[in-house]
Design a protein around this ligand. Structure first.
Ligand SMILES: Nc1nc2c(c(=O)[nH]1)N[C@H]1C(S)=C(S)[C@@H](COP(=O)(O)OP(=O)(O)OC[C@H]3O[C@@H](n4cnc5c(=O)[nH]c(N)nc54)[C@H](O)[C@@H]3O)O[C@H]1N2
Ligand SMILES: Nc1nc2c(c(=O)[nH]1)N[C@H]1C(S)=C(S)[C@@H](COP(=O)(O)OP(=O)(O)OC[C@H]3O[C@@H](n4cnc5c(=O)[nH]c(N)nc54)[C@H](O)[C@@H]3O)O[C@H]1N2
Ligand SMILES: [Mo]
Length: 729
């Protein structure tokens, strides 16, 4: 039998999968040539190996040792549900609903997820502290609206085929996917559209497309953008009509009332007020990109109209990620590449064209307070410091700290969050957070910190509705292929029992005893909006529905910008009013604390990236993948040689926050002074606390970014040295 289904993890795509079974057992998973833009990568092809492994959790577990030790005793579902209900109510009554928090977790990125269901139940029961932002796009999604009035600055990727030059800036879709972006980039390459990749690493996309690579020092992109803008301004290559017609603050004449004319972007470039012209030579000293390359790139970008500058999220997951976003938008506007096919407006680049978002009816949260998602550890450890200035929304202060953490299908309690050693200390203190509830497939580094750990079902064991990761023209269906492993349960099936104990069964389920009934009703609701959708049974069998009459969408084609001024706010009065030197009124480079040269003890800049072989931490325990894709520290020969390191040497990488070990890959594919470890490998400390899997978050910082209060997890200073092998015994 061949059963069609779709991926459900947060991996940058929702691939079309064909699961081949014999007598109910999975033989293999393949792609479907009928959907060439939705072909799976190595992860999708190996879901059965990863998810149906003998390491699966099979029963509910209750913590037996100290929190975080990873010792548990099996308990029955009834017992687990009774404990959950008791803690849920106890914490609500003792501390109020704001003490309950559902952590960022995207292991299940479909219509029904444990996370969205738990929030639903908490809201029906008095509410919970919520979060805003994401670990993905904190800086770009928060900052883009200051300039454009919206984060929807992306067009559909098919429009890239009208480009004459494509810049991929901190973007690596050959590994991160971004829906069907590579499908169009490959076509662009075949049409000889030049493509340039700007990244500290010669990334897989540059290699796959044979693109030009411009290595840049991490966290310095905004200086490179300034240098390019300087060339375009001083050589008068800019689009005067777009600038004067649609933008505020490039020139003195277009400054808003009340702002000093010399605060404009061109004066910043000229160095009128700070005495530093942002010349390519200036930018070279900061970024490591030769001035001649900067000038050439600027000229090519300004002259090749239309040209597309796409920003990935890698450049903004930095301590000064807001400025990366603003600099990209400034260049797109400067060259008039906004609102035209083949151009690209830069910034967050969201594009929800033709998008059908299958969702449960929403329930208002009685609690107004929201924290930035990256600040949850602060809300546990030092809630009194969580103020509006620190990003608290909807309240002046928190009435108390987080006392109950619900973490369902997520590994961001430990592995995906920053500063693992600090986070571990916070979570280990049972007087702070009193109850931690997790549901996962495996005993992950986060799951080890659970008080109650529940076995979830994988995407092969349940149904769900899916939609594109970010943009696309289809609705997908996740079909159940095999029975749940052991006693594992889909989150709905125990949450509805907690609801029953709370006297909320009817309101929680609205008559849907089976979660599949919700899926059907959500689908039928969408069908009312889009009557072209097929009958539900036909849709399930097909596993996908492609929307008819799909139109390419070009962001800002109408040249309307939903800002206060109606113009693109290159000069932002709202940001100017903050008087924060880290968020200047116009775009521009702001050095990161842990930028190049920031600390003589730690001369190397460490970045992470999302590698093909994992979806965040998922698949890291797949033994076959471990052999095929070893975790390695990328290092330039000029940094490796003086440290006596060669490919295969075991290195220790450290800073004040911790130590990790990983084998080295000496390569010219990374900028000198930068080192890189793929994010997501499972934190594996020894007794002294040194991690042995190259788990990058041991080294990352919990510091939040100045405007968005986001995660700068790619900004880290470290030192590296060879680990002397232990003497042979
Ligand atoms: N295989 C795989 N794909 C994924 C995911 C996954 O875990 N695995 N996760 C998905 C999710 S949830 C997200 S949010 C996205 C993430 O998408 P991104 O955030 O775009 O992915 P990253 O790999 O972190 O960064 C993209 C590139 O930016 C580069 N980079 C890092 N620092 C800098 C810098 O300072 N300047 C510049 N110019 N470049 C820099 C990295 O080397 C990398 O090649 O990916 C999605 N796709
Ligand atoms: N240093 C650094 N840290 C990062 C990033 C980075 O670039 N650098 N990227 C950040 C980004 S963009 C993101 S989105 C976050 C991701 O953070 P998370 O969403 O927490 O990451 P995942 O590793 O995808 O966690 C998913 C968990 O769900 C489990 N799981 C998978 N399928 C199922 C299922 O069907 N049911 C249940 N119950 N469990 C399931 C998996 O075993 C896994 O433990 O990480 C962030 N962390
Ligand atoms: Mo993400």
């Amino acid at each position: 039998m061949v059963i069609p289904t779709t991926g459900l993890n947060n991996c940058g795509g929702r691939c079309r999968l064909l699961v081949h079974t014999e007598n109910g057992a999975i033989q293999r998973i393949t792609g479907d040539p009928a959907y060439p833009d939705l072909m799976p990568c190595v992860k999708g092809l190996h879901y059965a190996d990863t998810f149906l492994s003998p390491e699966r959790l099979t029963t509910p577990l209750k913590r037996a040792g100290k929190r975080g030790e990873g010792r548990f005793s099996p308990i029955s579902w009834d017992e687990a549900i009774a404990i959950i209900t008791r803690e849920w109510v106890r914490i609500r009554d003792a501390y109020g609903p704001t003490a309950r928090y559902v952590n960022y977790a995207w292991g299940v990125s479909g219509c029904l997820s444990g996370t969205s269901l738990a929030k639903r139940l908490l809201r029906l029961d008095g509410g919970h502290l919520d979060y805003y932002n994401s670990y993905s796009t904190a800086c770009c999604a928060y900052t883009t609206p200051y300039l454009y009035g919206t984060a929807e600055s992306g067009s559909t990727y098919d429009t890239l085929l009208d480009s004459k030059l494509i810049l991929l800036w901190g973007h690596n879709p050959a590994e991160t996917r971004f829906d069907n972006l590579m499908y169009y980039l490959r076509q662009a390459r075949d049409r000889h559209i030049p493509i340039v990749v700007i990244d500290p690493r010669h990334n897989a996309t540059a290699k796959a497309l044979g693109a030009e690579w411009i290595p840049v020092r991490p966290s310095t992109d905004a200086a490179l953008m300034d240098g390019m803008a300087y060339v375009i301004w001083s050589q008068q290559l800019y689009d005067r009509a777009f600038l004067t017609g649609h933008c505020q603050g490039f020139t003195r004449e277009s400054m808003p009332k009340g702002a000093a004319p010399r605060q404009c972007y061109f004066d910043y470039l000229a160095g009128t007020t700070d005495g530093t012209p942002k010349t390519p030579q200036w930018a070279e000293r900061i970024t490591g990109v030769p001035a001649a390359s900067i000038e050439s790139l600027a000229r090519r970008y300004a002259l090749a109209k239309p040209a597309a500058l796409l920003q990935g999220y890698g450049g903004q997951r930095h301590a000064n990620g807001e400025q990366f976003t603003r600099g990209g938008i400034a260049l797109a506007c400067l060259t008039g590449n906004v609102g035209i096919s083949g151009g690209w407006a830069a910034g967050a680049g969201y594009c929800h064209a033709s998008y059908l978002n299958p969702k449960l009816p929403s329930v208002q949260n009685p609690v107004q307070a929201e924290i930035p998602c990256y600040a949850w550890t602060r809300a546990v450890a030092a809630p009194e410091t969580m103020t509006p200035g620190e990003g608290l929304h909807g309240a002046e202060a928190l009435p108390c700290g987080i006392k109950m953490l619900v973490n369902l299908a997520g590994n961001a309690l430990i592995n995906q969050h920053g500063d693992v050693n600090r986070t571990r200390a916070i979570l280990s203190d049972e007087s702070k957070c009193e109850f931690i509830l997790c549901s996962d497939l495996f005993l992950t580094p986060s799951a080890k910190f659970a008080d109650i750990l529940l076995p979830g079902v994988s995407l092969l064991e349940c149904e769900n509705l899916t939609s594109p990761w970010e943009q696309g023209d289809f609705l997908g269906f996740c079909n159940q292929i095999v029975d749940p492993v052991g006693e594992s349960r889909f989150e709905y099936d125990w949450l509805k029992e907690v609801a029953r104990n709370l006297g909320l069964y009817e309101t929680f389920t609205e008559g849907h005893d089976d979660y599949r009934d919700w899926l059907r009703d959500v689908y039928l609701g969408l069908r009312q909006q889009k009557p072209e959708l097929p009958d539900y049974e036909d849709f399930r069998q097909a596993g996908i529905y492609r929307i008819q009459r799909y139109e390419p969408l070009i962001a800002f084609q109408s040249r309307q910008f939903p800002t206060l001024s109606g113009k693109v706010e290159i000069y932002s009065p709202a940001l100017a009013a903050m008087h924060d030197p880290k968020i200047p009124p116009v775009p521009g480079y702001v050095p990161a604390n842990e930028g190049p040269g920031g600390d003589p003890r730690y001369p190397l800049q460490l970045i992470g990236w999302h590698a093909l072989n994992r979806c965040h931490s998922i698949h890291d325990n797949n033994a076959d993948f471990q052999r095929r894709y070893p975790q390695q520290l990328w290092m330039h020969p000029s940094d490796a040689e003086p440290r006596g390191l060669s490919t295969g040497s075991l290195a220790e990488i450290w800073n004040d926050r911790g130590r990790v070990q990983a084998p080295v890959l000496v390569t010219e594919d990374i900028a000198p002074g930068a080192v890189a470890l793929a994010q997501g490998s499972w934190y594996a400390p020894d007794k002294t606390g040194v991690d042995h899997r190259g788990s990058i978050n041991v080294l990352t910082s919990l510091e939040t970014t100045p405007l968005a209060h986001g995660n700068g997890q790619h900004t880290n200073l470290v030192e590296v040295q060879a680990v002397t092998p232990p003497p042979a015994s």
